[in-house]
Write a protein that binds this ligand. Structure first.
Ligand SMILES: [Zn+2]
Length: 81
């Protein structure tokens, strides 16, 4: 993974926080850690910011907006899984 990919992930993480209504990634991760079922996920395709609730370890969920298997859970994006 290059630095470019990492910062791209960071952009997607910030976007997901924004869409979910959290001030910071820490707040979002805390809420996710407290519930053990579905977890917020975002499509990593450029230009597509579709969000969904997925399994915490999901890294290739189906995106209903662009049709790709590109929806990644916040925990995977943040590198916690
Ligand atoms: Zn998509």
């Amino acid at each position: 993974m290059s630095t470019i990919a990492l910062s791209y992930k960071a952009v997607k993480l910030m976007k997901l926080c924004d869409i979910e209504g959290f001030q910071s990634l820490d707040d979002l991760l805390l809420v996710v850690a407290l519930k053990d079922s579905a977890c917020p996920a975002i499509c990593i395709t450029e230009g597509c910011d579709h969000t969904a609730n997925m399994e915490p370890d999901q890294d290739q969920g189906f995106c209903e907006a662009c049709g790709g298997n590109t929806v990644v859970s916040v925990l995977v994006l943040a590198g916690l899984i």
